[in-house]
Design a protein around this ligand. Structure first.
Ligand code: DGJ
Length: 739
């Protein structure tokens, strides 16, 4: 891994064993994109990749009309000179002009990777793991500066990028758009995959062809959203799960965003991602600067599974932080679907006690323990324990839970407030809303103005005090409505365009402060399920509740879709009751667990209500997960059969040393006397003997011949007939002599 500067040509070659990324300074002083993809040989000068040509209706440089930015591949395109495609940034100057002419000034190449103050970002543990290039530009007319940062990692085919804009001039400017990443590609022969959905059906892959014009997704909801995820894959037409070229772009940010690809008239493609320019307007007084969030480009030539595995490993090891980042996650029991808000201490202790008998490790008390909170019309904001329900407070309950030998966790929804709450009565101006206009409600609640420091101070004091009182092991941080009427009573008119982003910055700051105070605490993020499931949040909360939809069949799709961009250890997944509360579907408890194993695993039900036989099965499930969660959560994950394309689903996790694997096979609807089909396993050592369901096979047999799983009696691996049947197979390696 290195970054080589070719001074004569003013070009930078970033490379590691797998990828190369070449940036050149164009004749007009702006940064150009010369190559991104599989590692290429270094050379002194790649200028042959700069286009000089003349086309009708093209505009070019006055001293050489054959050089036009529009005919070249830009790295952080500006607007309004010789390139009229969508720009990466927009700065409005005092005279109303939006034209900027950034000129290369200097660069620095350093070992390691600097952090981004106040923002989540990939990190290194040792400076030798990565190198960072900073390119410095200045607009000669106004003195506004641009710093583009690139980090290349030694061990990952990944480039992390961000941009910083500094007003070093003497007049205020308005920054109206600042992407984290923009890259022009020489062709548009890609298919675009976005991950879209809604509440209860998060992150379904949606694939489409790219053509002339803009393909764009984004969020204006104040959070990254279930509607579209800030993670996009661009793959070649023939790329599949196991072969072919693709790259992905993830925005490390939890607020409004866009990801877009623009096909131009000449067959090239511009991709960009960053904070959504809608609702964003950042005044920069002289001396002030704006730092964009980070964006991560990940590349593969070995198909989408390989792309996902790089992301999984990278996020687990270099985005997630703290003691929990690669630690096996506690098996939890959450009371939400069991009681909703209707509980008292006795009921809670009864549920927890049964959980302990089943072997669970962490009990989580969900919504309803504070303020006047018996339904969702009141109480949010009043973060004081409801002593009618919990007479001995959080501290008293926590002690009793801990005395049972369980860890204890608590639910918060800090960013919200109900009209019927003491907090709102005292501080009506703490809510995001436009004076004189109607305020929309969502789940009967309003959004606190997290851009305000007094709101932050209140929430920090309340959360800190409750976490300390309960000596909490775990916090579930929920957010159950979208932001609307985003206006802050504390901001001046020309600063209203800062409110969305300041909200996110203060939200991150609250996490950061609580992590510093309680480094052992495990955070689980949640936003009505997976509405804030993004790379940004993983820096603070190593796991996120995957979806409020706990139906096993629906979860196959949600977890399968989520696995493209996020590690298995980050997906909150629980077993709940049947019929399922969201879909009414009845599924066997075995299948519910077989799906939830591929996540953080837990139960979302009252285990006192299950039959004795089911309880015995639950005990076995808990024991199974304790034994195998290391492989499942931190192993290499392979998607084998897609539930979006088939009546079946299959996936597996393989330990890093390939000693052990867990393979899961799910049949959605019964198919009696079905045709023959084999599932070819992946990731095993071809020459090792593996033991699976009482038989021995070489890894190569399992991977090349595959296994046949059917309902047909007499076949090798029989699964019962019926709908929603599944089976998990444990695969252990054996020495060749059969030890
Ligand atoms: C939405 C979450 O996704 C649920 O798990 C639960 O915590 C409820 N909120 C509580 O209000």
């Amino acid at each position: 891994m290195d970054i080589i500067y070719h001074g004569k040509a003013k070009q930078f070659h970033l490379f590691n064993d797998r990828i190369s990324y070449v940036i050149g300074i164009f004749p007009n002083g702006e940064p150009g994109q010369l190559y991104y993809g599989k590692r290429i040989h270094d050379r002194e000068d790649y200028s042959y990749l700069i286009n000089y040509e003349f086309r009708a209706m093209m505009v070019g440089k006055p001293d050489n009309e054959c050089f036009s930015l529009e005919m070249n591949r830009c790295e952080y395109p500006s607007f309004g000179t010789t390139d009229l495609r969508d720009p990466a940034f927009e700065i409005v100057y005092k005279n109303g002009s939006k034209v900027t002419n950034f000129q290369y000034v200097s660069h620095e190449i350093t070992d390691g990777k600097p952090g981004l103050p106040g923002l989540p970002a990939l990190y290194t543990e040792d400076d030798k793991e990565a190198k960072t290039l900073k390119l410095n530009f200045v607009d000669d007319l106004t003195g506004v500066e641009l710093v583009l940062s690139y980090t290349i990692f030694r061990d990952y085919p990944v480039i992390a990028r961000n941009a910083l804009i500094r007003n070093s001039g003497d007049e205020k400017v308005m920054l109206e758009k600042a992407m984290s990443l923009s890259i022009d590609l020489p062709d548009r022969d890609y298919r675009w995959i976005q991950f879209s959905g809604a509440w209860a059906r998060e992150k379904y892959p949606v694939e489409r062809e790219l053509t002339e014009g803009i393909t764009k997704i984004g969020s204006m909801r104040g959070h990254s959203s279930a509607n579209h995820n800030p993670f996009v894959i661009l793959k070649r037409k023939n790329t599949d799960e196991f072969s072919g070229e693709a790259f992905s772009a993830a925005l490390v940010y939890s607020g409004n965003f866009i990801s877009q690809a623009e096909g131009d008239a000449y067959g090239t493609l511009r991709f960009m991602t960053g904070i959504n320019p809608e609702g964003f307007s950042w005044k920069l007084d002289p001396g002030e600067e704006f730092q964009t969030p980070e964006a991560i480009l990940t590349w593969t030539e070995n198909g989408l599974n390989d792309l996902s595995r790089t992301i999984h490993r990278l996020y687990r090891k270099r985005l997630s932080r703290g003691v929990w980042k690669e630690k096996e996650r506690p098996i939890l029991l959450n009371n939400w679907e069991a009681t909703n808000m209707d509980f008292d201490e006795e009921a809670v202790l009864k549920i927890a006690k049964r959980g302990k008998e089943a072997g669970v490790e962490l009990f989580v008390l969900d919504d309803g323990w504070f303020g006047k909170r018996d339904d969702d019309f009141s109480g949010l904001g009043d973060w004081f324990v409801n002593t009618d329900k919990l007479p001995e407070g959080i501290g008293g309950l926590a002690k009793k839970i801990r005395d049972m030998g369980l860890m204890f966790g608590l639910w918060f929804e800090p960013e919200m407030v109900n009209e019927d709450s003491d907090l709102f009565r005292k501080h009506p101006d703490w809510v995001l809303s436009v004076p004189g206009r109607e305020r929309s409600l969502g789940r009967h609640q309003m959004v606190l103005d997290m851009s305000r420091d007094d709101v932050w101070d209140y929430l920090y004091e309340r959360m800190h005090s409750l976490i300390a009182e309960g000596q909490l092991d775990y916090v579930k941080w929920d957010m159950n409505r979208t932001i609307s009427e985003c206006f802050s009573a504390a901001a001046s008119p020309e600063e209203q365009g800062k409110v969305y982003h300041r909200y996110v910055l203060n939200f991150y700051r609250l996490y950061e402060r609580l992590i510093a105070d309680f480094p052992e605490l495990l955070f689980e993020s949640c936003a009505s399920g997976g509405s804030r499931f993004d790379a940004g949040i993983m820096y603070y909360a190593p796991q996120t509740w995957g979806s409020d939809d706990t139906d096993a069949v629906e979860r196959l799709k949600i977890q399968y879709g989520t696995s493209y961009g996020y590690p298995i250890a980050s997906i909150g997944a629980h077993v709940s009751v049947s019929p399922n509360q969201q879909t009414g579907r009845m599924t066997p408890i075995s299948t519910r667990a077989n799906v939830a194993y591929f996540g953080t695993f837990g139960y979302e039900m009252d285990l006192n209500e299950v039959s004795d036989a089911e309880f015995e099965e639950i005990k076995k499930q808990v024991a199974f997960m304790k034994e195998n969660r290391g492989v499942i959560q931190n192993g290499d994950f392979y998607r084998l059969i897609s539930p979006f394309e088939d009546n079946y689903c299959a996936w597996m996790s393989v330990s890093e040393d390939r000693e052990k694997a867990v393979f899961a096979y799910y049949k959605i609807l019964s198919e009696p006397n079905s045709g023959r089909r084999k599932v070819r396993l992946k990731g095993l050592d071809p020459d090792r003997l593996y033991y699976i369901d009482g038989r021995e096979f070489y890894g190569s047999e399992l991977m090349e011949i595959g296994v046949e799983i059917t309902e047909t009696p007499g076949m090798e691996w029989k699964i019962p007939s019926g709908d929603f049947i599944s089976k998990v197979f444990l695969i252990h390696s054996r020495e060749k002599n059969g030890s």
